[in-house]
Ligand binder design. Structure first.
Ligand code: ADP
Ligand code: MG
Length: 339
């Protein structure tokens, strides 16, 4: 049975960056304004995320890694109308099947934090040698620290499919960068754990109060930031709220970037990307690629809810109309502002 669960979990969590994306979304759902990430060996040795969100109630800890345990839906029918990040209750369960998971958490009304460990969906003793798997009291701040250790220790074929720690770390950073840009108002940091020293410099470090544009500048540099234009629309038909920062017609960037968010999830959207590429190919010099940060808020009922959890590609209704709307607004902005 464990083997079957492990294989299923390996489909959901294919690499460290998939796990981290789920953990970041959970922290954001818990209302965190500070998210601190520490990574060892490209996330294979350690992936730790500390947030200052709501915390998890001690009574909920025993079932935390049971499949479909979620505080975010009441009934299965709610699935299609759910607006928040998570909606499946599968992420932590899956992670516990392919890694050692240790959770330290404190809600505002607890006097101390509680620590619990998980393996294969179940709570297991925190201390090795102990038989008691109940959560143990410990010191801790309000919020949650989740440590994912030795990812894929029991699924060697998953490990083999990964390229290198450096490559996995680059993917992790890309996820952190995307969410830090999208979530202005949340301080996010990501650093490699270094033996001995706990104050290694962070590779991502955003602060509360910085805007999306500020965070783009901090990440991609002032020259990129200064060439961006704001594109926004609130359309009733098709119903969509668009917020974007897009490079202009004389953009000099060599590194193209597309950061798409649909209902606050970092996604791929091929039709949108293709349309933007075609749009910019009318202006940009060869070898030059645009920078586009773009957020769409859609009726959750119109976003395909059955996409595979890690399948970043997301589909939605009225796609053609919405993609057209994006390109029209972008054309208007670039025509009126010049550059
Ligand atoms: P989902 O996010 O789809 O509900 P998960 O497996 O990702 O499923 O998480 C299960 C549940 O654990 C969440 O619904 C939430 O109640 C709780 N949880 C997970 N991470 C956190 C966190 N960082 N802070 C508070 N609660 C959390
Ligand atoms: Mg989740």
């Amino acid at each position: 049975e464990h083997v079957v669960n492990r294989i299923a979990a390996g489909e959901i969590i294919q690499r460290p960056s998939n796990a981290l994306k789920e953990l970041i979304e959970n922290a954001l759902d818990a209302g965190a304004t500070s998210i601190r990430i520490t990574v060892k060996d490209g996330g294979l040795k350690l992936l730790q995320i500390q947030d200052n969100g709501s915390g998890i109630r001690k009574d909920d800890l025993p079932i935390l890694c049971e499949r479909f345990t979620t505080s975010k839906i009441k009934a299965f029918e709610d699935l299609s109308s759910l607006g928040t990040y998570g909606f499946r209750g599968e992420a932590l369960a899956s992670i516990s099947h392919v890694a050692h998971l240790i959770v330290t958490t404190k809600t505002r009304d607890e006097t101390c934090a509680w620590k619990a460990a998980y393996a294969d969906g179940d709570m297991v003793p925190v201390k090795s040698g102990s038989k008691d798997s109940a959560p143990v009291p410990c010191a801790g701040n309000d919020g949650t620290v989740l440590a994912v250790e030795d990812l894929f220790y029991n699924t060697p074929q998953r490990l083999k499919a990964l390229r290198s720690a450096a490559d996995e770390y680059a993917r992790i950073l890309q996820v952190v960068i995307a969410y830090s840009i999208h979530n202005a108002g949340v301080a996010m940091s990501c650093k490699k754990a270094s033996a001995g020293s706990s104050n290694a410099t962070a590779d991502v470090n955003t602060t509360v109060g910085a805007s999306t544009l500020d965070n783009i500048g901090a990440t991609y540099g002032e020259p990129v930031k200064s060439q961006l234009f704001e594109v926004a629309a609130d359309s009733a038909e098709p119903r969509v709220k668009l917020r974007a920062w897009c490079s202009g017609t004389n953009y000099q960037g060599k590194k193209g970037r597309y950061l798409f968010f649909i209902n606050n999830r970092y996604v791929d959207c091929s039709p949108l990307k293709r349309a933007l590429e075609a749009f910019y190919s009318n202006f940009l010099a060869k070898g030059t690629h645009p920078f586009v940060y773009l957020s769409l808020e859609l009726d959750p009922n119109k976003v395909d809810p059955n996409v595979h959890p890690t399948k970043k590609e997301v589909g939605f209704e009225d796609e053609t109309e919405i993609v057209e709307l994006v390109c029209e607004r972008l054309a208007d902005v670039l025509a009126s502002q010049g550059d």
